[in-house]
Ligand binder design. Structure first.
Ligand code: ATP
Ligand code: MG
Length: 334
């Protein structure tokens, strides 16, 4: 029997390089060896975008197009929409009894995200909602609903997987062995930095290169990327390890990496030249993805059909899990 992977992406924007190298490149490779479920987490996206449903709605299809364009094969994998599986919401309610508020507030991912969302949740997080603080519980429901063995995610998600494992252990210890404890699966490049040098490239951080960015957008973004601040003149020696331009050259494996590094260190390479070369490599790297996306952009009804059918398939699996859970909690009245 094949093992199962379950992973998710929030429809808050399109896929960017952080997603690709931090997580989704792995998803494409894994789909051949695992039963694979890819959740477009619209319910989770609403926890911090409840005031902007249009954004979430639009991005459900955009994310699906991105997933198909990078090579997720709908014949092999199930791509589905979270809100179309109400069983997940029901599981969330039962799991919510097994987690303390203190534990949720202590979760490093939640802490960081509350701090990043001052406009929404206030300076000290005083306006943070019940739904947002609780999203790790809902994520535990996502994973366990599909009996996920492996959850391939970026590094920022690890505390959430740990939280899920705790919920599973607590559930099983109180109600008997019912749920499967998942493991996280990290890609080689755990966390991809943003154009501004931020530790994480993120949709909500405004520092991302999107897989379907136009050549103009790519040019503008790379020209504005952070380089070694100590390099002022073209022939100053610089440190490539603090330069985002070198960082992306490495990430997409540009030609002549060694030369780029050496010339930068020895002051033989200007940043403008280096950026121009990166723009060229980036366009070369992204163009096959954009080419594949074109078909789905022109045929949105194909995308919608894949999502509806995937969601139907996924729902059947989640129904089984919910049945087991209700039996374990002794609320199986029929
Ligand atoms: P948001 O800001 O709305 O949370 P996001 O950019 O963090 O968006 P998610 O949908 O939350 O994207 O994440 C989808 C997956 O991509 C997760 O597994 C996450 O860990 C991974 N991921 C996102 N950004 C990065 C990054 N910069 N480096 C590595 N992995 C990432
Ligand atoms: Mg995120």
């Amino acid at each position: 029997m094949k093992k199962t992977i379950l992973t998710g992406i929030r429809p808050t924007g399109r896929l960017h390089l952080g997603h690709y190298f931090g997580a989704s490149k792995n998803w494409v490779a894994l789909q051949y060896d695992y039963d694979s479920y890819f959740e477009i987490a619209d319910v989770q996206a609403l926890t911090d975008n409840f005031d902007n449903p249009e954004k979430v709605r639009t991005n459900v299809r955009e994310i699906a197009i991105d997933l198909l364009a990078i090579g997720i094969d709908p014949e092999k994998s199930t791509i589905f929409i979270q809100s179309m599986i109400p069983e997940i919401a029901e599981l969330t309610i039962y799991y919510s009894n097994l987690v303390t508020m203190a534990r949720l507030y202590r979760n490093p991912t939640i802490k960081t995200e509350i701090a990043q969302k001052k406009a929404l949740f206030g300076n000290d997080g005083e306006s943070v909602t019940y739904g947002f603080v609780g999203y790790p519980v809902s994520q535990a429901a996502d994973i366990t609903a599909f009996k996920g063995d492996l959850v391939p995610v970026g590094e920022d998600q690890l505390p959430l997987i740990e939280q899920c494992r705790e919920i599973v252990r607590k559930f099983n210890s109180i109600y008997g062995e019912t749920l499967k404890e998942p493991e996280s699966y990290l890609s080689e490049t755990k966390r991809i930095k943003g154009l501004d040098g931020n530790d994480k490239m993120g949709k909500s951080l405004g520092n991302a290169i999107y897989l379907r960015d136009s050549e103009d957008e790519i040019k503008k973004k790379i020209m504005g990327a952070i380089t070694d601040p100590n390099k002022i003149k073209k022939d100053d020696k610089a440190d490539p390890s603090v330069c985002m331009v070198y960082y992306y050259h490495k990430l997409i494996n540009s030609d002549n990496l060694d030369t780029i590094c050496k010339e930068c260190k020895e002051g033989q390479r200007g940043c403008v030249q280096c950026k121009k070369e990166l723009i060229e490599s980036m366009n070369k790297f992204l163009s096959p993805i954009k080419e594949r996306a074109k078909y789905y952009e022109e045929n949105p009804e194909v995308v919608d059909k894949i999502l509806i059918e995937g969601s139907k398939r996924a729902r059947e699996v989640a129904k089984e899990t919910l049945k087991d859970v209700k039996k374990a909690i002794k609320i199986d009245y029929e």
